[in-house]
Design a protein around this ligand. Structure first.
Ligand SMILES: [Mg+2]
Length: 123
């Protein structure tokens, strides 16, 4: 990945402007936005539905597939940033806090090379 052209805060403001210009804030309520995020995650999953690892590797070299993938990633992120914006959550700080918790929850000594499944949790 190259240098990010803008920050999450700038993306949030860009999306907020888009919504305000269309008078869509009335529809951009947290519940609707959370539902929309989930729908877009479904569309992201649909791109991989019924593909095995080899199929996915081929698809990842296909320009059309990559465009569709980028589009769904954007849809998910746009709605997720709107959820954060309309609820007053700083998504950057939320990730920083979560990764700190994850480092404590998954110490390298135990988890290195182990899938983070509940079935792999230490006794
Ligand atoms: Mg979509």
């Amino acid at each position: 990945m190259g240098d990010d052209p803008c920050t999450l805060k700038e993306l949030t403001e860009m999306i907020r402007d888009f919504v305000r210009e269309r008078d869509w804030e009335q529809y951009n309520r947290p519940l609707n936005l959370a539902i929309s995020t989930s729908i877009e995650v479904g569309e992201l999953l649909e791109l991989f539905q019924w593909k095995n690892e080899a199929d996915i590797e081929v698809a990842l070299n296909d320009e059309r597939f990559r465009e569709d993938l980028a589009s769904e990633i954007a849809d998910v992120l746009v709605y997720l940033l709107r959820v954060a914006d309309t609820t007053g959550i700083d998504p950057t700080q939320a990730v920083i806090d979560k990764m700190k918790k994850n480092r404590e929850k998954y110490p390298i000594d135990y988890w290195s090379g182990r899938a983070p499944s509940k079935f792999n949790r230490p006794e």
